[in-house]
Design a binder for this molecule. Structure first.
Ligand code: HEC
Length: 133
């Protein structure tokens, strides 16, 4: 019984994730495609060290990416904007959260590219979360 319910939940999650991507009207972009710039990650490093690194490290983010796999990056970004840093939620500017995300993507092993990671404009909705390489 427990397994059957688990299987149903898995299928439902897959259907929901597919629906989200279909609504976005585009093929999802992969985190391997270079969705942030190296410059952004360099800026993000200092912000990360000031605001995030006391509570979690790269290994933690790898686990989070596993948990969120298949979901749009935008959902995780919005979650972090509203809840982190846990002791000062929403304390950073949007562009600072973007830079912190760029740095996190870099330390878990995703490549940098030519395009800035940006919240405004909604492109993050088309980026699918996947486990770290
Ligand atoms: C004071 C400690 C603390 C700081 C500072 C902090 N976090 Fe967190 N973070 C937590 C805790 C505790 C959780 C787990 C919350 C939960 O699971 O309910 C968490 C969860 C998360 C998650 C997982 C969210 C999810 O729903 O899966 C992410 C991603 C994250 N933090 C990113 C960040 C980033 C980025 C920063 C810096 C801007 C940051 N955190 C700063 C304590 C902290």
């Amino acid at each position: 019984m427990k397994n059957a319910r688990l299987a149903t939940a898995t299928v439902l999650t897959a259907v929901l994730a597919t629906g989200v991507m279909a609504d976005a009207g585009a093929q999802p972009t992969s985190l391997m495609d270079g969705v942030y710039t190296a410059e952004q990650a360099a800026t993000g490093k200092a912000l990360f060290e000031q605001n995030c690194s006391t509570c979690h490290n790269a290994d933690y983010y790898k686990t989070v990416l596993q948990t969120w796999r298949g979901q749009p990056l935008m959902y995780l970004f919005e979650q972090v904007m509203s809840a982190m840093p846990a002791d000062k939620p929403g304390a950073l500017m949007d562009t600072e959260y973007e830079d912190v995300f760029a740095y996190v993507l870099q330390i878990v092993g995703f490549p940098a590219g030519e395009t800035r990671l940006q919240y405004a404009g909604g492109s993050m909705e088309d980026i699918a979360i996947q486990p770290a390489p």
